[in-house]
Design a protein around this ligand. Structure first.
Ligand code: SF4
Ligand code: SF4
Length: 165
């Protein structure tokens, strides 16, 4: 079967958002999960900065020829995960910022709020060796908590759409 291109997935996500966005946002359970998820993403971002991981990845991107956010990683994203990003207020780009980079890489890093597992918890060998273990532990705890809720949110939204169709 022919794979769905990322711009087609974005169109599907925008259509889903147009059709279900209001109903999903006004559902009390889903809106509570969206709020809690945003708080967990903020916590992950905080520990990413505190640990020095954010800085190291920025240096790779700006001074060492590119980060790990390479072209093609966007293909891991489903329309449903992109829908969650729209519900969280993310603006999905109309085109790729750089040919060698992931479609969702913006001028100041990733434009997504809800990201795939590999995007959230990947750490290269250099970071695993150089970041203090207690800082890595805090970051991994926050990442785990973010991914756990994203899994639930994904299922809740899928079931909501299926049951109210
Ligand atoms: S994970 Fe490692 S190799 Fe990848 S961008 Fe960050 S510092 Fe660079
Ligand atoms: S973190 Fe964002 S920019 Fe990087 S690979 Fe993942 S989706 Fe793409």
């Amino acid at each position: 079967m022919k794979p769905i291109l990322i711009n087609e997935k974005i169109t599907i996500a925008k259509n889903l958002h147009g059709r279900w966005g209001e109903a999903l946002r006004t559902d009390s359970g889903i809106s509570a999960q969206l709020r809690e998820f945003s708080a967990r993403v903020e916590a992950s971002t905080y520990f990413c900065l505190l640990s020095g991981v954010a800085r190291a990845c920025r240096l790779c991107d700006q001074e060492e020829g590119g980060s790990c956010c390479g072209a093609g990683i966007e293909d891991l994203y489903s329309p449903e995960l992109l829908l969650i990003n729209l519900l969280l207020g993310a603006a999905l780009p109309e085109s790729r910022n750089s040919e060698k980079s992931c479609y969702f890489g913006g001028e100041r890093g990733c434009v997504l709020s809800a990201r795939e597992i590999i995007c959230v918890n990947y750490l290269c060998a250099r970071l695993q060796k150089t970041i203090a273990p207690e800082k890595l532990f805090q970051l991994q705890e926050a990442n785990g908590s973010e991914m756990e809720l994203l899994f639930l949110l994904h299922n809740t939204i899928r079931n909501f759409i299926r049951s109210t169709r």
